[in-house]
Design a protein around this ligand. Structure first.
Ligand code: ACO
Length: 355
């Protein structure tokens, strides 16, 4: 038995390769850093989805289709009951047309952006901002959340984030999406499964609590005591550790780079770096034989904070990027599908077979 399935290979994929020893992420033949430098979100969709749908689209074609799809998604999401960001997104996926085709996949991508914008504005009691189909996808996400036109640097930074998190091997949410796809339940069900796995604090729910932790520590002088006490209570430090990486998560540095172009308070960044260093040394002391390094969520938190995105919406923004991978993996699963159905060992009471 392998409870965490860490030694189980459950899929062959052409989508991404996570090398946990080298700290390297390859997305469809491109090193992460190269891809972040040269590709926007529309480009990563074009790359990841190539060969999986009835038609291959260029990045510009994706831009136009996504713009129209955001407008259509807005009608559906606006009519949905007001609730928290994750539930709004889950409802949005439920209301999105179901099926396995390109139109349905694009509608789901658009829904992730629009539901994130609508729920963020509702949570702040601010007027909802409709999508603008002429904006790039990243620029429109920012405009719908903040209510202002983002600068080119801000749009580039969000694009860098969306590209960075677009795919990452068989992580928990992608695996959940593939399991659901394997039952032929359709792409919107796969997206709901992916989101439901993503929201947990051990996966995509970590970045909001990273900021909560930085706020609670308050000053570098308190850091060792605060972190030591949290570890003594058996708590996990959000933004550290990874199932696959035994060295620093390469996505952390990609995001740190994207953050450097934003007019973000230097003091905040310096403070976060100091806390990061103290956390790493406390973790090393407590787990000397286990390499626990900074993961993607630590710098996600700082980047999204610098973009004026409310922390309650962080996981939804993660979903806006990762859904690119969920859709590609669902289609890859269907292409050579075998229903995912592992075995379990029964440890319950024995039945009276003689009765
Ligand atoms: N803080 C404190 N202790 C930790 C942390 C952490 N961040 N990560 C692992 N540990 C501890 C474990 O509790 C375990 O201790 P134990 O032997 O006393 O039980 C030991 O280190 C070894 O744990 P691993 O086998 O490395 O952990 P696992 O692979 O099961 O978990 C995970 C990986 C879930 C990411 C974990 O490191 C964690 O909870 N991190 C904090 C949450 C987080 O940042 N999640 C985002 C991950 S990135 C992503 O999903 C996009």
């Amino acid at each position: 038995m392998d409870a965490g399935l860490e030694t189980v290979v459950a899929a062959e994929t052409v989508l991404s390769d996570v090398d946990g020893q080298a700290g390297r992420l390859i997305i469809r033949g491109h090193l992460l850093d190269d891809l972040v430098q040269k590709t926007r979100f529309e480009g990563v969709l074009s790359l990841l989805w190539q060969g999986f749908f009835e038609t291959d689209l260029t990045p510009a074609e994706f831009g136009a289709r996504l713009g129209a799809a955001r407008v259509a998604a807005f009608e559906r999401v606006q009519a949905a009951p007001a609730t928290n960001p994750i539930e709004t997104l889950r409802i949005g996926f439920c209301l999105s047309p179901d099926g396995d085709g390109l139109d349905e996949a694009i509608a789901l991508i658009a829904t992730s952006a629009v539901a994130t914008g609508v729920s963020a504005r509702r949570a702040l009691n601010l007027p909802i901002v409709p999508p603008n189909p002429r904006n790039s996808h990243a620029a429109d996400i920012l405009a719908m959340i903040t209510g202002r036109s983002p600068s080119e640097d801000e749009t580039e930074a969000l694009d860098a984030y969306l590209v960075t998190v677009s795919d990452h091997g068989l992580n928990a949410s992608t695996f959940a999406a593939r399991v659901v796809a394997s039952t032929r339940a359709g792409l919107s069900s796969a997206a709901i499964a992916g989101l439901s796995a993503l929201k947990g604090p051990l996966h995509g729910g970590a970045p909001g609590p990273v900021l909560d932790m930085l706020d609670a520590i308050g000053s570098p002088d308190n850091a060792s005591a605060w972190i030591g006490a949290a570890l003594a209570r058996g708590e996990r430090l959000m933004g550290f550790g990874h199932r696959v990486y035994r060295v620093r998560d390469p996505r952390a540095d990609a995001l740190k780079g994207a953050l450097s172009v934003l007019p973000y308070a230097k003091g905040r960044l310096n403070y976060a770096s100091v806390i990061e260093g103290i956390a790493l040394s406390e973790l090393a002391q407590r787990y000397p034989t286990r390499a626990l390094e900074t993961n993607v969520e630590f710098y996600t938190a700082l980047l999204l904070e610098a973009l004026d995105i409310p922390r309650e919406s962080f996981t939804c923004i993660f979903a806006c990027g990762r859904i690119a991978g969920w859709m590609a993996h669902a289609k890859e699963q269907l292409a050579t599908n075998r229903l995912v159905r592992p075995m379990s060992i029964y440890r319950g009471p024995a039945a009276d077979l003689a009765a």
